[in-house]
Design a protein around this ligand. Structure first.
Ligand SMILES: NC(=O)c1ccc[n+]([C@@H]2O[C@H](COP(=O)([O-])OP(=O)(O)OC[C@H]3O[C@@H](n4cnc5c(N)ncnc54)[C@H](OP(=O)(O)O)[C@@H]3O)[C@@H](O)[C@H]2O)c1
Length: 245
């Protein structure tokens, strides 16, 4: 693992992975659509939608930590483009992809995209690893922060989360990058499983209203499809995360 490209290295998880790997003294490249500073890492400007700059970014790398997301259907195409560029480069780097726990049992449209993207990674012709993690603390906090103009906080009735700190996910990604091809790695979840209502109260002391939503996706969440109780790891709780912001 001499030379590592981190796609999405400017994002919530990607930044933590960059910090972790540069802290270990690794040669790290960050792919972004914009130029700018990336700490100790070297910034490569490129766009996974158009392919601009991707050949240069993957050239000579041993590992690609793929954290970029377009937050939609394009992830399948952009990941295929990334893998093809890496194969054309000839060096066959290890492709390490971050996915989400429960994407095969909860039919959320973005989760279906993640499942199809995992398929692209598995069939990329490159050495591959997929890690599925539960929701990040940042995402759970965002559910609540977007409601700041309301007098109450709405929480989905019966839904639980097992939020995890991105630094913990970054540590696992760094270990997997170091380990080389591992296929489907053991899932990773945060230290506590809590109802969304409980997390909402931890986020802000004000009334919480539980909202029941119908549909198969919500049934999947209520059944705990997003949880990995057997794969909980120690690390910052949601309160620790909030206190550290
Ligand atoms: N959030 C969660 O709770 C959670 C849980 C488990 C797994 N995950 C997965 O973890 C990954 C990272 O999530 P995140 O929340 O850290 O994402 P994020 O903060 O939204 O960051 C997205 C990144 O993707 C890059 N990107 C977007 N479009 C691009 C394009 N066309 N070409 C190149 N780069 C592009 C962005 O870079 P620039 O804007 O700099 O170009 C940015 O760095 C995702 O795959 C997500 O599904 C997330």
């Amino acid at each position: 693992m001499e030379n590592i490209l981190i796609t999405g290295g400017t994002g919530t998880l990607g930044k933590a992975v960059v910090r972790r790997l540069t802290g270990d003294g690794r040669e790290v490249r960050v792919l972004s659509r914009r130029s700018g500073p990336s700490g100790e890492a070297e910034r490569f400007v490129g766009d996974l939608r158009t392919g601009a700059g991707i050949a240069e970014a993957v050239s000579g790398v041993d590992t690609i930590v793929h954290c970029a997301t377009t937050l939609g259907r394009d992830d399948v195409r952009t990941t295929r483009l990334l893998a093809e560029a890496a194969r054309r480069g000839g060096a066959k780097p290890h492709l390490l992809y971050i996915s989400i726990a429960g994407i095969d049992v909860i039919p959320l449209p973005y989760y279906r995209v993640k499942l199809a993207t995992e398929h692209v990674v598995r069939n990329s012709g490159l050495p591959w690893t997929v890690l599925r993690a539960t929701q990040f603390h940042d995402l759970v906090a965002r559910f609540f922060s977007v409601q700041r103009a309301l007098p109450i906080t709405a929480a989905l009735s019966g839904v639980r989360f097992q939020p995890v700190d991105v630094r913990v996910v970054a540590d696992r990604m760094a270990a997997l990058a170091e380990a080389g091809e591992s296929g489907r790695a053991p899932d990773l979840g945060g230290p506590e499983i809590r109802t969304m209502a409980d997390l909402a109260r931890a986020y802000r002391a004000r009334p919480v209203v539980s909202v029941p939503l119908p549909g198969r996706t919500m049934r999947g969440f209520r059944a705990g499809g997003n949880l990995v109780p057997d794969n909980a790891v120690d690390g910052p709780t949601f309160e620790d995360f909030l206190a550290g912001r």
